[in-house]
Design a protein around this ligand. Structure first.
Ligand SMILES: Cc1cc2nc3c(=O)[nH]c(=O)nc-3n(C[C@H](O)[C@H](O)[C@H](O)COP(=O)(O)OP(=O)(O)OC[C@H]3O[C@@H](n4cnc5c(N)ncnc54)[C@H](O)[C@@H]3O)c2cc1C
Length: 459
């Protein structure tokens, strides 16, 4: 980085991982500039502020960020409490972003639309590693500006690019035209989005934790707002895996949520449609007609897409990336988190070496580093950015010595339920090559997002 070392390091996204990256860079004496598309830090979490996290505070805080906050007299939350998304923002991300050290380096309303090397397109190899990056940013006033950077850390998450409703990875025919009838992936149906759901026919699509939560909240809404109709479409042949093991479930929180959902389906409050792979959406004047590949149709006023997320790779088109062809995570990380084979998402803690791309000094971290896998944990991301900051500072030893108190999985197997509930043990790992499924004596911390791309049951 010699020729460009006076340039800042661009961090894309001011979610928990982007802010943590900035805190670690500052500790290393490096200069971050953070570009955040939304109006405030934590803009993606703002969309699900009504949802409770499944991991307690102690796993949701980054060490370098805490050191900054502690110095400001910040009051730490109770480590064992499970915060809501809103509390994660109000009690942690907002105070962190307001610190002068971070706030002075944070640009909000600044959406990164492309990253490249100055004067070089992807095909040019000469002097590539020593040429500054150019980060093209669309600012809130509509102006587009190019910013040069010594390195780039992409922590932009996946929230803005949900998976389509269609079954083949493509939008269903008519899906884009029906956008007005499709809600955000985790609407607050009893709170701020209530008016859009009360006394309407609502179709929830998907078979993970988000679908379960939304369905249960809709059932609460239906009690207060008669005429609210709840339809639930899953692609698999049954919803058994969403229900979990009920009272006998080894993971009590999953059992409770699942049992409640099962009762609501059995009571007819929720109308379940299995094997419903969506092919077409027809927008009509009064509603949308959702058609399955086998010809069945469901009429709805609003559709809730709980189908998971995928990374936005368009803005990285001019960079040389090494991504797993299936998961779209860095190549060596992909197989460790592939939802086809892993019902849980935790992997051995890993850092810069595993996250590296052929494009030197460029890293994808946080939720986006997991590509299409739904099982990312904040604690994993905090360790990623500690290691990446060390690598960018030239401290390869610290970058390679991965240390983490990670919520490690005790149920990491190829045949466990589709839910990604995460038991924890405290482990201190020292190698990126450690195997999966190593944790003894799991302790439940709760639910992950567990979207599994709309897969469910015996699909
Ligand atoms: C409902 C839900 C519950 C979860 N619960 C937990 C939990 O209990 N425990 C846990 O460990 N993990 C949990 N996760 C998973 C994960 O930790 C969170 O998704 C977390 O927010 C990921 O942090 P991030 O910083 O990587 O991404 P995000 O929080 O998504 O932040 C990315 C930021 O980048 C911004 N951005 C996006 N595109 C651009 C762009 N082009 N230019 C500039 N800025 C951009 C966004 O506005 C956003 O502010 C949960 C996820 C969900 C969806």
């Amino acid at each position: 980085m010699d020729s460009v070392k006076n340039l800042p390091i661009a961090v894309i996204g001011a979610g928990p991982i982007g802010l943590a990256a900035a805190a670690h860079l500052l500790e290393r004496g490096l200069e971050p500039v953070i570009f955040e598309a939304g109006p405030t830090a934590g803009a993606a979490i703002e969309q699900w502020r009504h949802i409770r996290l499944f991991s307690p505070w102690r796993f949701n805080l980054d060490a370098a960020s805490l050191r900054l906050l502690d110095a400001s007299g910040w009051e730490a939350p109770r480590p064992t409490a499970l915060p809501y998304g809103g509390e994660l923002i109000d009690n942690y991300l907002a105070p962190l972003a307001a610190l002068p050290a971070i706030g002075s380096r944070l640009q909000t309303g600044a959406r990164v639309v492309a990253v490249t090397r100055a004067g070089l397109d992807k095909t040019h190899v000469r002097d590539r590693d020593t040429t500054p990056f150019v980060v093209r940013v669309e600012h809130a006033d509509g102006e587009i500006r190019d910013h040069t950077a010594a390195a780039v850390i992409d922590a932009s998450g996946t929230w803005s690019t949900r998976n389509p409703l269609g079954t083949s990875g493509l939008p269903a025919i008519g899906e884009n035209a029906a956008a007005e009838r499709i809600s955000s992936p985790l609407p607050d149906v009893v709170g701020r989005d209530r008016a859009a759901f009360a006394r309407r026919r609502v179709l929830v699509v998907g078979a993970g934790h988000s679908a379960a939560n939304t369905l249960i909240n809709l059932a609460d809404l239906a009690k207060e707002e008669p005429g609210t109709t709840i339809l639930w479409a899953v692609r698999g042949a049954s919803a058994e895996k969403v229900y979990g093991g009920g009272d006998a479930d080894g993971l009590p929180a999953r059992g409770q949520l699942g049992s409640r959902l099962r009762r609501l389906v059995e009571a007819g409050t929720i109308e379940l449609h299995t094997g419903f792979g969506i092919s077409t959406l027809k927008s009509l004047d009064t509603h949308v007609s959702v058609e399955a590949a086998d010809g069945r149709t469901l009429d709805a006023d609003v559709v809730v897409p709980c189908t998971g997320f995928r990374p936005d790779l368009d803005m990285l088109r001019e960079l040389r990336l090494n991504l797993d062809p299936a998961i779209e995570a860095p190549t060596r990380l992909g197989p460790l988190i592939d939802p086809e084979f892993h019902s849980c998402g935790t992997v051995p803690p890993h850092g810069a070496r595993l996250l590296a791309h052929p494009e030197k000094d460029f890293y994808i971290v946080g939720m986006k580093s997991y590509g299409r896998a739904p099982t990312f944990l904040l604690a994993t991301g905090y360790e990623q950015v500690r290691s990446v900051a060390a690598a960018l500072a030239g401290d390869q030893t610290a970058a390679d010595t991965v240390q983490l108190e990670l919520p490690e999985t005790g149920v990491c197997s190829t045949d466990a339920g589709a839910s990604c509930d995460v038991p924890v043990t405290n482990t201190t790992a020292s190698s990126e090559d450690a195997g999966c499924c190593a944790a003894p004596e799991p302790v439940l911390v709760g639910f992950p997002t567990g979207l599994t791309h709309g897969r469910s049951g015996a699909a």
